[in-house]
Write a protein that binds this ligand. Structure first.
Ligand code: SAH
Length: 257
């Protein structure tokens, strides 16, 4: 029997709530012979796997260490060359701080077929589920997404002077450990200390926690509550509007700290 050629679907699994995934993503999981999934992918989604699907966890190896990206790339290539149908499940959207492009480069080098299935990214969905709109008429007409963890590459260093003054809503992924630096840089470059901010942990999930404050006091609040990742840090006047919107949106139970 001639096997069909392998194919890798790079799949966005959404921000956490297992219903916030696309139909296309579910279909890719259902058809997969191998699923590789990350730390932030909701494990309930593995319920869509075929009974004989090979499920591989490539998230945190133990407390601190994550799988090296090269190792994941290698695994994808090996599975791809074996002719299998693979779903590579990634939290949120694969191309938003998700290293999806790096994985595709490896596949292309080996002529392995792939597709990209976009997902709902945490930077929009997590504030949204907490009643914070990332843009708002007459309040915020621009939004930008940043990573708190930057590579040692000056080309991609955040230009704090430009963003502090030039963008209405700033959304930081992976910003918990770096919050003191982020806040310092924004204030040093002219963003007002009283700017409203929110840290949202495990957004869209029942364990969601929302901590609101200002640029000036959020770090002290985080220390006081021993606030831990994963969280989205959102900075801008839109945060103040959530008071009006969240009762209307009436999302799942959330703890406000
Ligand atoms: N590709 C993903 C982002 C990967 S980076 C996406 O598009 O959403 C991982 C970071 O995303 C976490 O450190 C955190 O900052 C954020 N994140 C992902 N899911 C989250 C959630 N449910 N609640 C809060 N932050 C989340």
């Amino acid at each position: 029997m001639i096997r069909e050629r392998g194919k890798v679907s790079i799949v966005g699994a959404g921000p956490g709530d297992p219903e916030l995934i696309t139909l296309k993503a579910i279909r890719a999981i259902e058809n997969a012979e191998v699923v590789l999934y990350d730390y932030l992918v909701n494990k309930e989604l593995l319920g869509y796997c075929k009974p004989d699907c090979q499920i591989v966890y490539v998230g945190k190896k133990n407390k601190q260490h994550t799988y090296p990206q090269e190792e994941i790339n290698k695994m994808l290539i090996e599975f791809g060359l074996s002719g299998k149908k693979i779903a590579r499940l990634k939290g949120g959207d694969p191309f938003v701080f998700g290293r999806g492009a790096e994985e595709i480069l490896g596949l292309q080098e080996h002529d392995i077929e792939f597709e990209v299935i976009p997902g709902i990214t945490a930077g929009v969905a997590v504030p949204g589920a907490a009643g914070i709109p990332v843009t708002l008429r007459n309040v915020a007409s621009s939004v930008a997404f940043f990573t708190g963890h930057q590579c040692e590459n000056h080309k991609t260093e955040i230009q704090w002077d430009k963003i502090a003054a030039g963008i209405d809503t700033l959304v930081f992924y992976m910003g918990v450990a770096q919050a003191p630096r982020i806040v310092r840089n924004l204030m040093a470059n002219g963003r007002k200390p009283e700017t409203p901010v929110a840290m949202i942990r495990w957004g869209t999930l029942p364990e969601q926690e929302v901590m609101k404050g200002t640029l000036e006091n959020i770090v002290a609040k985080m220390e006081q509550h021993d606030f831990k990742p994963p969280a989205i840090f959102i900075v801008g006047e839109v945060v103040a509007y959530s008071e009006q919107l969240s009762p209307l949106i009436n999302q799942m139970a959330k703890t406000e700290i």
